[in-house]
Design a protein around this ligand. Structure first.
Ligand code: CO8
Length: 258
């Protein structure tokens, strides 16, 4: 298992657990975090023994945003010229599922990374926000788009324009997070959920992730067509034959990933 400067990576059975680890900066996201995380996610996607990842932070912060000290001295030419932080798009192309397990602050880029994951499990201590306006800027890693799709225009607009944070209860009511858990149980429960996903037929896992994500990119008719074609395609897999046979024979399925 590779060692990284800004993240800790461990395998718990079929689950890759990634812990953001810049405690002195509340896990602020700098170029090194991006490089480390992309490397870890490439390894995760390529490893057949791994079926689902969990990304978490500390008790106090999932991540308090992009690293303000790294960005402070930059001008337009440097930001635009280097296409600053465009590398995060690669993170969203990870084919296996990623769960964000969020405790404490998920602000700015931290909230945006949580929203790039496939779903968010929140500790009761979680706080979500897009406070970039207070720095004279705006979300830059998809927050204005993903937050709006997740919670609707009214809340997204209010949060982006005022920088107000949403607590876990409000985030769950608004549909930003799938569930709230006691902080002390967050990581273990997230690993449990990830293990259940990792034990599903792997091709069906990828197909389900792809089709739900397609809902954000297509019209309803195109999305329904995309779903149906993937559904048809799964009938070419061994795991479909096995899954349906196992149901009829009242036994558990054994997956080959083919
Ligand atoms: N960047 C760098 N350092 C940070 C950050 C950050 N985002 N957040 C906290 N830190 C550091 C603090 O500077 C401090 O370091 P030091 O001890 O050396 O002074 C340490 O972490 C602890 O922080 P605090 O003392 O401030 O802790 P508090 O408990 O008092 O406050 C808060 C916690 C409320 C979370 C506070 O730290 C805070 O407001 N942080 C900044 C939140 C923020 O504004 N986030 C948005 C950043 S901009 C962004 O994310 C843009 C994303 C898009 C980029 C895409 C580019 C294309």
């Amino acid at each position: 298992m590779a060692e990284y400067e800004t993240i800790l990576v461990e395998q718990r059975g079929p689950v890759t657990l990634v812990t953001l680890n810049r405690p002195g900066a509340l896990n602020a996201l700098n170029g090194q975090v991006l490089a480390d995380l992309l490397d870890a996610m490439r390894a995760f996607d390529a490893d057949d023994s791994q079926g689902c990842a969990v990304i978490t932070g500390s008790e106090k912060a999932f991540a308090a945003g992009a690293d303000i000290k790294e960005m402070q001295g930059q001008g337009f030419a440097q930001m635009y010229g280097s296409n600053f932080f465009a590398g995060w798009e690669e993170f969203t192309r990870t084919r296996k599922p990623i769960i964000a397990a969020v405790a404490g602050y998920a602000l700015g880029g931290g909230c945006e990374v949580a929203m790039m994951c496939d779903f968010i499990l929140a500790a009761d201590t979680a706080k979500f926000g897009q406070p970039e306006i207070k720095l004279g800027v705006s979300p830059g890693m998809g927050g204005s788009q993903r937050l709006t799709r997740a919670v609707g225009k009214a809340k997204a607009m209010e949060m982006c324009l005022t920088g107000r944070m949403m607590d876990a209860e409000e985030a769950e009511r608004a549909g930003l997070v799938s569930r709230i858990l006691p902080a002390a149980e967050l990581v273990d429960e997230a690993v449990k959920v990830a293990t259940a996903i990792a034990e599903m037929p792997p091709l069906a896992v990828k197909a389900n992730k792809e089709m739900v994500n397609a809902a954000f990119e297509t019209t309803l008719a195109q999305g329904v067509q995309f779903e149906r074609r993937l559904f048809h395609g799964l009938f070419g897999t061994e795991d479909q034959s096995e899954g349906m046979a196992a149901f009829v024979e009242k036994r558990a399925g054994k997956w080959t990933g083919r």
